[in-house]
Design a binder for this molecule. Sequence first.
Ligand code: B12
Length: 214
Amino acid sequence: MSDEFFKEIVDSIVNLEEEKALEYANRAIKEKMNLLDVIERGFAAGIRKVGELWEEGDFFLPELMRGSQIMQNCLDLLIPHLQKGTEKISLGIVVIATIEGDIHSIGKTIVATILRAYGFEVHDLGADVPAEKIVEEAIEKEADIIGVSALLTTTMIGQKRIIELLKEKNLTNKFKVIFGGAPVTKAWVKDCNADGFAENAIEAVRLVKSLLHK
Ligand code: B12
């Protein structure tokens, strides 16, 4: 798996070349590459580059949407292969969602998939989910961990709302709450009194394992 291959994937996403991108995804599967690496260093790097181009005004919203659709189609191919090694015994229960007002789902879905592959029972509630619903589901599923994704600075406040709700319901000690998403920082986690955050899916696995002493 060479850096050149990752670069080719990035270019296919940036140039909005769906056929090529799908071909690379299929090649990665066929050649049994490390698919998480392929996603993080190839496809995710590509979509982030598209985001930068959009921010700089070189791309418009339809191009951003097209890029994310191509990324999603490639993930649909890759994810079932990532899940293959899933262990049968649950190491813990995770409820995960992207917070209300925020439709960014790609990163959250990758984290959910990888946690599943590492043996956690994961309930993925999807995107644009109200804080109240996330807490309700965590109670119902008897979760150990609540994971909340936010990609917009305007929706991060919803992550804090989860902590407030748990406090109101006297449930602070029942769950560990972790955050994720590009704008989330250590300072924000501290400010909210959350239990941690992770910048990518592998770090998320490490974080969850350490919080649950696995
Ligand atoms: C793809 C994308 C979209 C797609 C989303 C498609 C989808 N189904 O997800 C579409 C085109 C729909 C979209 C829409 C919008 N977008 Co957008 N989008 C992006 C983009 C380019 C990439 C996001 C992404 O998928 N990254 C790849 C994944 C793999 O990375 P990730 O999400 O960061 O996730 C990783 C980690 O953060 C972490 N993680 C993530 N979640 C969690 C959760 C837990 C619990 C843990 C532990 C870890 C974790 O692990 C993940 C895996 O490595 C970003 C740019 C960027 N740099 O993030 C802009 C970006 C987030 N979007 C932005 C904006 C403004 C919008 C819109 C408001 C645009 C508009 N005017 O309509 C709308 C939002 C509408 C809404 N209400 O939500 C801005 C946000 C600016 C800000 N400061 O708030 C960004 C930063 C672009 C920019 N540079 O300006 N977007």
